[in-house]
Design a protein around this ligand. Structure first.
Ligand code: AR6
Length: 170
């Protein structure tokens, strides 16, 4: 089984050590995957996030998963796409790197990522997938399972094409 896998699924329902959230700098919740994670984890998650005092773009913070199956949530803040000339690729890469650093510190063996910044932040999906996979490949010896958890069919198609058929789990 390859370490890096792609699924088209709701990340809030995954039984992995850590799920990553596509958060914003306030860490106080929002729409998209962020809203779904907060709903599934329960109000304790917002309380834990409040204590963190926000997070700059390109960084990440960790909290417990509360009512989720996942033990931890890593809240990663991706960049808003504004044409690519404002450091968006570096910020997206650093957001994945920061998430992996925290996951290693937590001694996680399995981690799932949503397609950070590709929703309301409008990052081009293909470019975002290349960046995500580049960082995932640099950590594939350290984890049993790294899941690219796509929600929309377009992202799922992109990751499946880039990873090949062996990486598809559904
Ligand atoms: N499971 C997996 N992926 C999901 C789910 C889900 N349950 N729901 C949505 N996605 P977005 P962003 C996908 O907009 O672009 C929030 O309001 C979705 O299809 O959630 O990083 C935050 O608070 C898309 O591919 O995050 C921020 O303000 C991906 O998750 C802002 O949105 C990311 O879409 C962050 O924007």
């Amino acid at each position: 089984m390859p370490v890096i896998k792609v699924i088209q699924y709701d990340i809030t329902d995954l039984d992995v050590d850590i799920i990553v959230n596509a958060a914003n700098t306030t860490l106080l919740g929002g729409g998209g995957v962020d809203g779904a994670i907060h709903r599934a984890a329960g109000p304790e998650l917002l309380e834990a996030c409040r204590k963190l005092g926000g997070c700059p773009t390109g960084e990440a913070r960790i909290t417990p998963g509360f009512r989720l199956k996942a033990k931890w949530v890593i809240h990663a803040v991706g960049p808003v796409w504004s044409g690519g000339g404002r450091g968006e690729p570096q910020l997206l890469e650093s957001c994945y790197q920061s998430a992996f650093r925290l996951a290693k510190d937590a001694k996680a063996r399995s981690i799932a990522f949503p397609c950070i910044s590709t929703g309301v932040y409008h990052y081009p999906k293909e470019d975002a997938a290349h960046t995500a996979l580049k960082v995932m490949y640099t950590h594939d010896k350290e984890f049993r399972s790294i899941v690219a958890c796509c929600f929309d069919a377009e992202n799922a198609g992109i990751y499946r094409r880039l990873l090949g058929p062996a990486a598809s789990q559904d």
